[in-house]
Design a protein around this ligand. Structure first.
Ligand code: DGY
Length: 331
């Protein structure tokens, strides 16, 4: 009987997903909460045929070179900015990822941040806990921004951006979007208006970011873009922290070029306790929890496990970020 292929899973994942992998592979799961160091990761992957990674593991050329027997990289995320996908493609290695299954959960968090920032929920919760709620009600206190019937600007109309738009429709919002690829079929179905980025920044009451992090989108929203937004506008980022220039965002919030921000991602992560953003009342931050619902994380883990097993068995992955590897294999 052939020995099972070896795989390294870089962090504990849902038991059901571990069980699936276990049936097909000789699996080692990294037991610590902290990720393995790059040296340890290289050592672990060196003799493996498969690796299941997440956004904290760097899958770079050095790692891929150290693992000549690697048949698949399966990433437990939709974002792939930690993975050298081109390098994997050049080596004929398919890269699995988990789009779709986390889109609704991530948009839920995006909308929660949008509402919290607009209606000052994080700020008022801190105030109540600090024992400052000493006057029951005052007509002029805690005034925030309306959400219903306002304009929601979606930057990047992938699956998460579209889910955000659908939530906005439920609040009778006007939805405008800017995306690299225009999606006329979705415009009709969901009542979306396509605009260029300057128009979106100037007209949106809420600017919600849904672009992947690449060399082109690093600091995509910087001083110039923040200055184009309305002084009553709210910025939402559930994509990747470095898409926004944090120093410019700090100034924009402090000097009220914009009204508030809701961030599920920061630059760096974790955000240091002494980061100036944390001194501001008009920013609400969650610790990169967009996909962190029990059901969605479960679905991500199962999809990542299925991708891994398919790669080990030489079958096409359910969700493959570089399907061109299969074309190369035919040549
Ligand atoms: C992703 O999927 O890219 C998230 O950031 C982590 O779930």
């Amino acid at each position: 009987m052939n020995a099972k292929p070896r795989v390294f899973v870089t962090r504990e994942i849902m038991q059901e997903a571990q069980d699936l992998i276990d049936q097909h592979a000789d699996m080692e799961v990294w037991p610590d909460e902290e990720p393995p160091s790059p040296d340890i990761l290289r050592e672990k992957v060196a003799g493996a045929q498969g690796v299941l990674t997440n956004i904290m593991d760097r899958v770079d050329a050095q790692l891929l070179d150290a693992a000549p027997g690697l048949k698949v990289v399966s990433q437990l995320a939709v974002g792939l900015d930690n993975v050298d996908v081109a390098g994997a493609t050049a080596r004929g290695i398919p890269v699995g990822y988990t789009p779709g299954v986390l889109a609704k959960a991530t948009a839920d968090v995006g909308f929660a941040l949008l509402m919290s920032a607009a209606r000052r929920i994080g700020e008022s919760d801190r105030w109540v806990r600090d024992g400052q709620w000493t006057l029951a009600f005052h007509p002029m206190r805690w005034l925030g921004m309306d959400i219903h019937e306002k304009t929601l600007g979606i930057v990047g109309l992938g699956q998460i951006g579209l889910e955000m738009a659908r939530r906005g429709r439920g609040f009778d919002m006007r939805i405008i979007y800017y995306s690299r690829t225009r999606r006329p079929e979705l415009e009709a179905e969901y009542g979306l208006e396509y605009v260029d980025l300057p128009t979106l920044l100037a007209e949106a009451d809420f600017v919600s970011l849904h672009v992947p992090l690449t060399s082109e989108t690093r600091h995509y929203i910087g001083e110039a873009e923040l200055r184009q937004m309305k002084s009553t506008a709210v910025l939402i980022n559930v994509a990747r922290g470095p898409v926004v220039d944090s120093a410019a965002l700090y100034t924009a919030l402090k000097e009220r070029w914009i009204y508030a921000a809701g961030l599920d991602v920061t630059d760096p992560e974790p955000i240091p306790a002494n980061d100036p953003l944390l001194t501001l009342p008009n920013v609400v931050i969650s610790p990169h929890v967009g996909s962190a619902s029990l059901v969605s994380r479960g679905a991500m883990c199962m999809l990542a496990a299925r991708n891994l097993v398919a790669g080990l068995e030489g079958r096409p992955l359910d969700r493959c970020a570089n399907p061109e590897v299969y074309e190369m294999k035919k040549d």
